[in-house]
Design a protein. Structure first.
Length: 263
């Protein structure tokens, strides 16, 4: 065990979560983030002079860096695997099948598909669609091949706009993966995909075809609002991906604190 801990201590750690702060970007149909102190130092003081402060937070399960549970989308009234959503959802209890509590600890190989890095490293244009050809180019540039159970993270460069919410949201005109690209990813057998944008797929997307394909048809989780700039700058393309969703019974997603560990 000590040898394992010593080995892990030598790895470089990249925090892939964006900071949570008042006014941060969020998808307009999901609740924003809010935090406030509920108890100040000095409100209650112990005999030795010690006191504590505390907070309350509020956010949607798809606000900030997060992961989509498979029950986030349905199609034709059915969830992934064919289960009928009717009778399985309740305002209080959530969704009985594929809720956030069913998502595992993710501890597996991650691959950065650095699409923005294929050119001059500038963020992609808002209308850019990332199809299978672009993903193959990024995979080739990474020097690795996606395999069964991998985590594929797609960098568009839009993570640079996180501190500018209006630019990051951009009235929901965003670069992202197309349906062709999503099918290429699912055919590789990935366990999850993610990006540094608000919605993973290119927006606007009237039918949300990429979410339907990945979550409903293929059973592939989606991560959004990742911080990928430091990983790209270090030229890390293959790494150990570590993340654990919260056990939110019946929830359609969960906030996430993902890391990349690399030699």
């Amino acid at each position: 065990m000590r040898d394992l801990i010593a080995r892990l201590a030598t790895l470089r750690r990249f925090d892939l979560a964006q900071h949570c702060h008042a006014g941060m970007p969020h998808y307009p149909t999901h609740p924003p983030y809010a935090r406030s102190l509920t108890k100040l130092h000095g409100d209650f003081v112990l005999e030795n002079g010690a006191s504590s402060a505390a907070d309350a937070i509020s956010l949607g399960t798809h606000t900030g860096t997060h992961i989509d549970a498979l029950c986030h989308f349905s199609c034709g009234g059915r969830l992934h695997g064919g289960g009928e959503v009717a009778g399985q959802q309740d305002w209080t209890d959530g969704i009985a099948q594929h809720g956030a509590e069913t998502m595992p600890l993710f501890l597996q190989r991650g691959v950065l598909l650095d699409v923005a890095g294929l050119w001059d490293d500038s963020p992609l244009e808002e209308s850019a669609g990332i199809d299978s050809a672009l993903l193959e180019r990024a995979e080739s540039a990474a020097g690795v091949r996606l395999d069964q159970g991998d985590i594929a993270l797609v960098r568009t460069g839009w993570g640079r706009y996180w501190s500018d919410p209006r630019r990051f949201v951009n009235e929901l005109r965003l670069p992202g993966v197309t349906l062709d690209g999503a099918r290429w990813l699912s055919q590789r057998g990935v366990a999850a995909v993610g990006s540094d944008t608000l919605a993973f797929e290119r927006l606007p997307s009237p039918l949300m075809e990429v979410h339907v394909h990945l979550l409903v048809e293929a059973g592939v989780h989606i991560l959004e609002c990742l911080a990928l700039e430091a990983l790209s700058a270090a030229r890390i393309r293959e790494f150990v991906f570590v993340a654990s969703p919260l056990k939110l019974d019946g929830a359609t997603g969960s906030p996430l604190r993902p890391y990349a560990l690399a030699e």
